[in-house]
Write a protein that binds this ligand. Sequence first.
Ligand SMILES: [Zn+2]
Length: 454
Amino acid sequence: MARLLIEGGTLLGLTAPGDIRPSTDLYAQDGRIRAVGPEAARLAAEEPGPVRDRVERLDARGKWVLPGFVQAHLHLCQTLLRNGPENLELLPWLRGHVWPGEAAHDPATMSVSARLGIAECLSAGVTAILDMGTVRHSDALFEAAAASGVRYVGGNVLMDDPRTTPAALRASAQEGLAETERLCAKWHGAENGRLAVAVSPRFAVSCTDALLRAAAELARDRGLVVHTHASENRGECALVKERTGLGNLAYLDAVGLLGPRTCIAHAVHTDEKDFRLLAERRAAVAHCPSSNLKLASGVCPVPELKRAGVRVALGSDGAACNNVLDPFREMRLAGLLPGVRHRPGPLSAFDVLRMATSEGAAALGLPGPEGFAAGARADLVVLDPDVGWSLPDDWSAEPYGAIVYSMGRESVTATVVDGVVRYRREDPSVGGVKPAPPEIREAVRNLRTRMRES
Ligand SMILES: [Zn+2]
């Protein structure tokens, strides 16, 4: 199994603000963190000869190492549907662009769509994805995830209601759930546990009551993650109310779908009752700010959800409604959006960074110690603070704002999943120029020192 020694990085553990260890080695073994600090290099050196020769090394001197970004809501099947029609709301956009596009896939186009989306994610520091597939060709998604090395939780989408779904993209409840069970037998727990199957009813509007209840039962019986959309758009909420007499989340609860392994994408149109319900059921929300703005859905009340005790993660949604898969852009928006309605500061940069990393991992149902504790999953991103014009100076006090508001995918120099380097950029310069050479850093330091002293 894999061995990885990350040398000399500044470790940002994200368990609490200030959990920072400068110039520290990290040793990962069989996908888990074995040791940090002086013991890491010693363990690597003490491995028996043939193993020692195969230890992968990553020079992280001058760089920041932190838990990898998690996309808690994605549609890899939509990567090739990027840059479609603009200025549509959810339901006409689904009917006119996304559903015909998903129905037109064959295994070959699905494979390209998945591989392209995963590459985009890995190169932006994403280590894990909660993906909503489509009705057919799900094996192509799992095959792409298996080959790429990314951590992947996904499954076939369930849509069976003839009143609301097109014939070309519909499967009966029996057919859809049988497909989820088939995927489970083939992929759940594969690749050393890196792949997992989620029960994925698309949204209440696309599913019959019988399907939703059976899906909840399957998820409960098998201990699977439930991944669905809810309360994204006013028209969607009105449809659910008209058909069930209940609010969207109250209805999902009534059919048994809300629980500690449930991740709800969006939750934009929610109120105090919904916050309390989500908190009581310990269900997570995947906040997708770019998608919500692009489809004019509204703004998820993240500070209120968090205050009620709801776990909130981040997602890019599909490339068809974003149109990029980039955790930095979602972090930036997530941090800025509460400013529309609140005084400054309802979400700190540290809060946002946790939403993009450890809160996301929990939403994907990934248990285990956090940060750099021994036994924590070695899913990591390495950032170069000298790239991207972020100019961090006294970062030892506040590196989080630099990551959330200044850095971007160009700052990512390596992405590690399960203790294996799955993306590595040898030359992290932009067009051959590294924007923060030593003289710039020194000037920043001098200027800020004078500001503090004045
Ligand atoms: Zn979505």
